[in-house]
Ligand binder design. Structure first.
Ligand code: MV4
Length: 449
């Protein structure tokens, strides 16, 4: 097992990784920007190294500075968390070249899944259900002929995309030229490559993702699904598991398909397969080769510590259990609490003058915040995750309502009132929502005012 792990991240996930390491008897190295010297995980880590100025590009994305910090402190592994360098294959390659273990899949697996065209090909060959799609599009004419073949509506996406940037929808032949040109221009501005491709566009899907764990010896388990359809601007807002849309046999069916596919691809460590789900069918979208923000709801219903498993797997341990050993207990829901105006989503950094987190049975709060902490304006506005777990979905909803009521955060605006609104809507209570529900709901309340 590793003796010392460097945590290449900030915020609540840095603290989450520190906690896993501590419980495994592993020493921790925090890295931080000049703006994060007072962060909780920096205080708790055994050692801390300042890696640069506030701007992420100068610190949390500064590969040589992070690797130097690992070398200087003698860390034998780096956990990248999520965001920042967590899916950067070049970084993982540099880490490994320095004789340090990257806690994640192999560099080749990261490259395969990072390119959406090769990821789709690998997924299809491994037996995953997928939308009709094209290879790289060469020209407007090429795009038109693929759209004819696939049938409208279609969506054009960037090969290096993900998270929604640069996607353009076309409903007919007349939309193609603009969609193709705009998608390519946005890809060129945002990503290393301006290559784009096309898929059949699904108009009212849910976003359902499957969590997997795989060791280096071909053992694979799935930890069930998470329904992440409650989102806005490609930012998830509330996630839950199990999905209200699936029954036990559908879960088992997609779970086995995913398990076989992951084994065939030879993927190792934790991963998430994102699907769109419409009319009872799954369609593979992309695979995230990292820990996800919403991993705690899966931990709640399975009892498995996903971060510890990532570390164990990276150190060469065997999974040590099979699919039959995984039990799904009850229902879990996560609310992402952001320091934002709940109506406009404009970030609201500043000093937390008062902080009281809810507690009690089945309540987990993952946050770096403490009373008197000042949220810096340079990073993501998520300041806490509230996770509730109970025997049934209804009991989890009641628990979530009371936990949100107990939460006290003073000094900055937060999205807590938005969460309270969402979870009192009949559609949410019935589990009747798709990926567009929240944006439509927000529009409807703005029109009333
Ligand atoms: C789609 C889609 C409909 N059909 N692909 C958005 C993020 C990126 N990962 C892929 N996305 C989508 N791809 C096809 N073929 C709709 C979306 C989409 C979406 C997906 C999941 C969660 C929220 C979303 C919001 C808008 C669009």
């Amino acid at each position: 097992m590793f003796e010392k792990v460097l945590i290449a991240n900030r915020g609540e996930v840095a603290l989450r990784i520190h906690r896993a390491c501590r419980e495994m008897g592993i020493r921790t190295v925090a890295v931080h920007s000049e703006a994060d010297a007072n962060a909780m995980h920096v205080r708790l880590a055994d050692e801390a190294v300042c890696i640069g100025p506030a701007r992420s590009a100068d610190s949390y994305l500064n590969k040589p500075a992070i690797i130097s910090a690992a070398v200087i402190t003698g860390a034998d592994a780096i956990h990248p968390g999520f965001g920042f360098l967590s899916e950067n294959a070049d970084f993982a390659e540099m880490v490994e070249k320095h004789g340090i273990t990257f806690i994640g899949p192999t560099v080749d697996q990261m490259r395969l899944m990072g390119d959406k065209i090769t990821a789709r090909k690998a997924a299809k060959e491994a037996g995953l259900p997928i939308t009709e799609g094209s290879p790289a599009l060469e020209s407007v004419e090429d795009a038109k002929s693929w759209a004819e073949k696939i049938g409208y509506p279609i969506i054009i996406k960037a090969k290096d995309g993900g998270g929604g940037k640069g996607m353009k929808i076309a409903y007919s032949d007349g939309d193609i030229e603009e969609a193709f040109t705009m998608a390519k221009a946005e890809a060129k501005a945002s990503f290393p490559s301006d290559v784009v491709y096309m898929e059949k566009y699904l108009q009212h899907p849910r976003h359902i993702e499957m969590q997997v764990l795989a060791d280096k010896y071909g053992n694979v388990v799935h930890l069930g699904e998470r329904d992440c359809s409650i989102q806005r601007n490609n930012q998830k807002v509330i996630e839950e598991c199990p999905s209200p849309a699936l029954n036990q046999s559908q879960r088992h069916e997609i779970g086995e398909i995913v398990r076989k596919a992951i084994a065939k691809i030879g993927y190792c460590n934790a991963g998430t397969l994102e699907f769109l789900y419409e009319n009872g069918k799954f369609y593979f979208m992309e695979m995230n080769t990292r820990l996800q923000v919403e991993h705690p709801i899966t931990e709640a219903i399975t009892g498995i510590d996903i971060v510890k498993e990532q570390i164990r797997i990276a150190s060469g341990a065997h999974l040590g259990y099979t699919q039959e050993d995984i039990q799904f207990n009850g229902h879990a829901i996560e609310c992402r609490i952001n320091a934002e105006d709940p109506a406009t989503f404009i970030p609201c950094p500043g000093k937390i003058t008062e902080w009281h987190a809810p507690g009690g049975l089945g309540v987990r709060v993952d946050s770096e915040i403490y009373s008197g902490y000042t949220i810096p304006p340079f990073y993501d506005s998520m300041i806490a995750k509230l996770i509730v777990h109970a025997n049934t979905r209804n009991a989890a909803l009641m628990r979530l309502r009371r936990a949100l009521e107990e939460f006290v955060i003073m000094g900055v605006k937060t999205t807590i009132p938005l969460h309270q609104e969402i979870i009192s809507q009949p559609e949410y209570l019935d589990g009747q929502y798709d990926i567009h529900w929240l944006e439509n709901f927000m529009k409807s309340i703005q029109n009333k005012e």
